[in-house]
Write a protein that binds this ligand. Structure first.
Ligand SMILES: Cc1ncc(COP(=O)(O)O)c(C=O)c1O
Length: 378
C-alpha cells in the first residue's frame, strides 16, 4: 500500500482530546468561541442573499464590496491595505495557512511565541516548514526578546504574532510590537499577524498592528476574521491582506484551494462590519467576565494567573498545586466536574491550564467555586 504524506504524521490534534462534550453536570471552560448567537442582521443578510439566488461562483478573492469593507474595517486599527490586496478565506485558520504557503519554503523555520495556538504548529509541519517554539515571559506572557534573538538561525524566515493571544490572554504593548518589527527587520523576517481577537482588548492601549511601524508594512501579512468578535465561528469567514507580492501568491493559493467563500455569505460579512453596538455589547460582556474570573481564580490555592488583557482566556499556573497540568485537568474533570485545557498540549505550556471564560457568569462562579472546594480538600 502507498504511504500517506509523511509530513502529516507529526501534526497534532490540538485540544481535541480535552474538548469532547462531557455530561450536562460538567462546567466547560474549554470552548474557545463566543456564547452569543450571531447578530440577527447578519443572519438576515445571508437569508436575503439566498432569496436573491446568489448561489453561483463569483470573484475568487471575495466580492469587490466585501474586500473594500474589509479594507475599510482595517483602517479602524490603522492598517492600510487596499482592497485589491485583500482576500476573503474560509476562516482565519485557512488565512493563516495561506500566509504560510505564500511565504515559506520547506525547511524554513518560523518563530512561535510559546505556548502558541496549536494549529500554527500543525500547519507549519503540514507544509514542511519548522515551528520553533520560543517561550514568552512566564510572569506576564509577553515576548521575551532575548529568547527570540537566541532562537534565530539562518533558516528563520518568519515570526507569528497573535495579540490578543490564545491561549495566554496577553495583549502586547505598542512598544513591544514595535520591538517585534525591529527584530523582524534586523533578521529579515516576514511577520504573520493573527489579529482574530483584535476587538476583544481590555487594556487602554488596544490591539497594535506591526504594519503601523516603520518598515513593518512591507513585511506584515495581516490575518483575521469574523469568528470571535462577531460570534460567527461556524460561518467560516476570515481575511488576509498584505504586500501585493505576497497577496498575488495568496490569490493563486486561494483560487486553487477554495475558489472563494460561499457567495451568499459575502453580503452578511459586509453587514457584520457595519455593526457597532452588537459587537461592543459582546466585548463589554467578556470584559466584565474577565474581571470576575480573574478575581476568583487568583484566590484559588496553588494557582496564579496574570490578569488577562484580551480575548477570552485566562492561563493559570498550577505548578504550586503539586500536580502537572494533565493531572490537574484530568482530576478537575473527574473530581470537580470542571473541564479545562492542559497547557502541555502546546509546547511551552507545561504547568499551565487554559480557562476560556466565554461562558455564562453563573458558570464562571459555579465552576471556580467547584475548583476552590476541590483544591481546598486535597
Ligand atoms: C489565535 C487564533 N487564530 C485563528 C483562529 C481561527 O479562527 P477562524 O474560526 O476564523 O478560523 C482561532 C480560533 O480559535 C484562534 O484562536
Amino acid at each position: 500500500m502507498p504511504e500517506v504524506n509523511k509530513n502529516i504524521k507529526d501534526v497534532g490534534t490540538g485540544f481535541a482530546s480535552f474538548l469532547s462534550p462531557p455530561g450536562p453536570e460538567v462546567i466547560r471552560f474549554t470552548v474557545g468561541q463566543p456564547d452569543f448567537d450571531t447578530p440577527e442582521a447578519i443572519v438576515q443578510s445571508a437569508k436575503d442573499s439566498l432569496d436573491r439566488g446568489e448561489t453561483t461562483y463569483t470573484r475568487t478573492q471575495g466580492s469587490e464590496e466585501l474586500c473594500s469593507s474589509v479594507s475599510n474595517h482595517l483602517k479602524i486599527h490603522d492598517i492600510s491595505i487596499p482592497s485589491e490586496d485583500i482576500v476573503v478565506a474560509p476562516g482565519c485558520k485557512q488565512a493563516v495557512l495561506y500566509a504560510m504557503m505564500a511565504t515559506l519554503d520547506p525547511g524554513d523555520e518560523v518563530l512561535l511565541l510559546a505556548p502558541a495556538w496549536p494549529s500554527y504548529d500543525g500547519m507549519l509541519k503540514m507544509i514542511g516548514a519548522v515551528p520553533i517554539h520560543v517561550p514568552v515571559n512566564r510572569e506576564n506572557y509577553h515576548p521575551d526578546f532575548k529568547a527570540l534573538e537566541k532562537a534565530v538561525t539562518d533558516k528563520t524566515k518568519a515570526i507569528l504574532v497573535n495579540s490578543p493571544n490564545n491561549p495566554t490572554g496577553a495583549v502586547y504593548e505598542p512598544k513591544e510590537v514595535e520591538m517585534l518589527v525591529e527584530f523582524a527587520k534586523k533578521n529579515d523576517l516576514w511577520i504573520i499577524d493573527d489579529m482574530i481577537y483584535a476587538t476583544l482588548v481590555w487594556e487602554d492601549y488596544g490591539y497594535t498592528s506591526p504594519s503601523i511601524f516603520e518598515g513593518g508594512k512591507e513585511r506584515t501579512i495581516t490575518v483575521g476574521g469574523w469568528s470571535k468578535g462577531w460570534a460567527m465561528t461556524g460561518w467560516r469567514l476570515g481575511w488576509i491582506g498584505g504586500p501585493s507580492k505576497v497577496m498575488d501568491a495568496v490569490k493563486k493559493v486561494n483560487a486553487s484551494a477554495a475558489t472563494h467563500v460561499a457567495t451568499f455569505l459575502m453580503p452578511a460579512a459586509i453587514t457584520a462590519l457595519t455593526l457597532e453596538n452588537e459587537t461592543k455589547e459582546m466585548a463589554d460582556s467578556f470584559r466584565e467576565r474577565r474581571d470576575v474570573i480573574h478575581r476568583l481564580l487568583d484566590a484559588l490555592p496553588g494557582v496564579s494567573v496574570p490578569k488577562p488583557e484580551g480575548a477570552f482566556y485566562a492561563l493559570c499556573d498550577i505548578t504550586e498545586t503539586g500536580m502537572d497540568d494533565v493531572q490537574f485537568a484530568t482530576r478537575a474533570l473527574k473530581e470537580a466536574q470542571v473541564q479545562l485545557i492542559p497547557g502541555s498540549l502546546m509546547q511551552g505550556g507545561e504547568g499551565l491550564v487554559r480557562i476560556s471564560y466565554a461562558t455564562s457568569m453563573e458558570n464562571i462562579e459555579e465552576g471556580v467555586k467547584r475548583l476552590q472546594t476541590w483544591l481546598s480538600d486535597l
